[in-house]
Write a protein that binds this ligand. Structure first.
Ligand SMILES: [Mn+2]
Length: 596
């Protein structure tokens, strides 16, 4: 039954008019004297035939204006006596507005958007040359909109042609991006509030997907859960095309087809975030479709998680951009060594970039109005020093291609990425996306009871994991009372994780140092235990094979007896047949194990 959503009492955070004006002032302060800045809006883009993509304003234009109509141009002329902030825009037009929606018009820009003066866009060829006349320098970003580049040169050439009659055409061009993008790199308190909200909505969408996921679903069904959460919470769009990759699709970094069936035993990698009021969130989580990691999946997952934790610890003002990447490289290389996927000596492997076939991307990027946000990563050839207000992602991953013959078959086709959004604060950092769980324990707790209810847990896999001392087949059969690892209170699993996640994150911060050491210990301990376990596992599997075979034989016997009442003769035959192929369930199990 559908539940009515609670009415949200809090309005969504926005940027105030004063802040937009302050940004324009900041830009003008950095411009040379006697200069002009010109910034066109984004154009509407045809999707096919006469249907357009939903309009989305250019990020720089929105950042400086808050004005989201196409066919607009912002002109800033610091120190101009008759007004510094000028706009060109579409005129009001009742006929067009009936079809396409409300327009501000020049009056609206003066009244509502801080314009000192505003003109119809249709008059720009007449007016702009006059505004350029007498300026020494033009701030404009060449090469992004070829049509508009031509018009700028056209207006300048009008003045050059009149030079003999005393006109003063501008002699220098400067890149406007350079100033605006550096401003955008430092987020204000208001921007951080929006980004936190975008992160929270996206985090809830990931939690929602984990709850909904089950084997047999299509990838696009999970994508739909995200889009539902985004749209119903006021986020106007996904910040980028959502990636929902199950099984080996997770190894395709920008997989956006989202059209495959999610198989039992698959890991599902989902990279999705919303855009709220022009600010992006960018989260990746990887979780088992049936709620339970296989041993190989878990082993790789723990390495990625440990590398992300190591990277987060480097993020603090005064640190530099590349430290987080370096941290992920060393933890991932060590992890691949421990698991026997790489062989050799750690520093040499790092030097030779031996990790690259498995970890081929950077650990993160700036995040803001654009998902891969603007801002230089190096200044004067040195990695950028982190400062309060910068926001970045931390997203290490391990991807073992399905056809990578140099790796043992059991690892192939596993793709894992874990991505969070992190703001640099005055004293360290804040993870904006911490509300969505990511430890193996938490994922098992959240997903397993529900998966068990739907009967989608493969008993073979439960047995498999129980070798690790985590689950047993018996637990699986009593699914309604989920038992939980590490003696955590079990009732918490369902009524969910926001509160508990917050609590945990505080506790986590306190124990991160400890954890780092313990994960290292775990890895080496695991390695030692692995040899012992292997032999033990073999024995166990043998025993289980026998018991499973027996059970199924008994079942079949019973079934056969029923029909025996009707057809005695055939029943006898079937009985014999049942006895003669008791190994069939074992075969099936082996198949499931080796699939990945
Ligand atoms: Mn990202």
């Amino acid at each position: 039954m559908l539940k009515q959503r609670k009415l949200s009492s809090k309005p969504l955070p926005t940027i105030s008019k004063r802040e937009f004006a302050r940004r324009r002032e900041q830009l003008m302060e950095q411009m040379e004297t006697n200069s002009i800045a010109i910034l066109p809006s984004a154009s509407a883009v045809i999707r096919n035939r006469d249907a357009e993509f939903k309009y989305r304003q250019d990020s720089d234009f929105h950042y400086l204006t808050g004005f989201n109509e196409p066919d607009s141009v912002l002109v800033l002329i610091p120190g101009r006596h008759h007004g510094q902030c000028l706009f060109f825009c579409r005129e009001r037009d009742p006929e067009r507005e009936l079809w396409d929606g409300y327009r501000q018009g020049p009056e609206g820009l003066c009244n509502n958007f801080g314009a000192d003066d505003a003109f119809p866009i249709s008059d720009i060829d007449d007016i702009l040359p006059g505004l350029l006349e007498g300026r020494d320098r033009v701030y404009y970003s060449m090469g992004k909109r070829l049509e508009f580049d031509k018009r700028i040169m056209g207006w300048v050439n009008v003045l050059r042609a009149k030079a003999r009659s005393g006109a003063h055409p501008p002699g220098e061009f400067s890149d406007l991006d350079h100033i605006v993008h550096d401003m955008r790199l430092y987020k204000s308190a208001a921007e951080l509030r929006i980004m936190q909200q975008a992160a929270s909505i996206s985090a809830d969408a990931h939690t929602r997907a984990m709850k909904f996921c089950r084997p047999g679903m299509m990838e696009y069904e999970l994508e739909a859960e995200y889009l539902h959460e985004f749209a119903s919470r006021g986020a106007q769009a996904a910040a980028y095309n959502s990636i929902v990759g199950a099984g080996k699709n997770a190894c395709i970094l920008h997989y956006v087809d989202n059209s495959s069936i999610i198989q039992d035993g698959d890991l599902v990698l989902i990279d999705a975030g919303c855009e709220l009021n022009y600010y992006a969130a960018d989260i990746t989580r990887t979780f088992p479709a049936n709620g339970l990691f296989s041993r190989e999946q878990q082993a790789l997952y723990e390495v990625v998680l440990a590398s992300q934790q190591a990277a987060l610890e480097t993020i603090t003002p005064g640190g530099h951009w590349n430290q987080s990447h370096d941290a992920t490289v060393s933890v991932i290389t060590q992890g691949l060594l421990d698991l026997g996927i790489l062989q050799g000596e750690l520093t040499e492997l790092i030097e030779a970039e031996a990790y690259r076939p498995f970890y081929m991307h950077r650990a993160g990027h700036w995040l803001g109005m654009d998902v891969h946000d603007v801002g230089d990563y190096k200044v004067h050839d040195e990695w950028r020093v982190l400062e309060s207000g910068m926001v970045m992602t931390v997203e290490p991953g391990i991807y073992i291609a399905a056809d990578n013959q140099s790796v043992a078959a059991k690892w192939r086709g596993i793709g894992i990425r874990i991505e969070d959004d992190v703001a640099v604060t005055a004293t360290g950092h804040q993870v904006l996306t911490e509300e969505v769980i990511k430890t193996v324990d938490d994922i098992h707790q959240l997903m397993r009871p529900m998966a068990a209810k739907r009967g989608s847990i493969d008993p073979a896999q439960v047995d498999f994991i129980s070798d690790d001392g985590q689950y047993s087949a018996q637990e699986n059969s009593s699914a309604k009372t989920p038992s939980v690892r590490n003696s955590k209170p079990s009732g918490q699993a369902k009524p969910v994780l926001k509160a508990s996640a917050k609590k945990k994150s505080i506790a986590k911060k306190k124990t991160t140092a400890k954890k780092k050491i313990s994960t290292k210990k775990k890895l080496t301990a695991k390695k030692k235990a692995a040899v012992k376990r292997k032999t033990a596992v073999k024995k166990k599997v043998l025993v289980k094979k026998k018991t499973v075979a027996k059970k199924s034989a008994v079942k079949k016997k019973a079934a056969v007896k029923k029909t025996a009442v009707v057809k005695k003769k055939t029943a006898v035959k079937k009985k014999a047949a049942a006895k003669s192929r008791p190994k069939s369930p074992v075969k099936k199990r082996g198949k499931v194990k080796n699939k990945r």
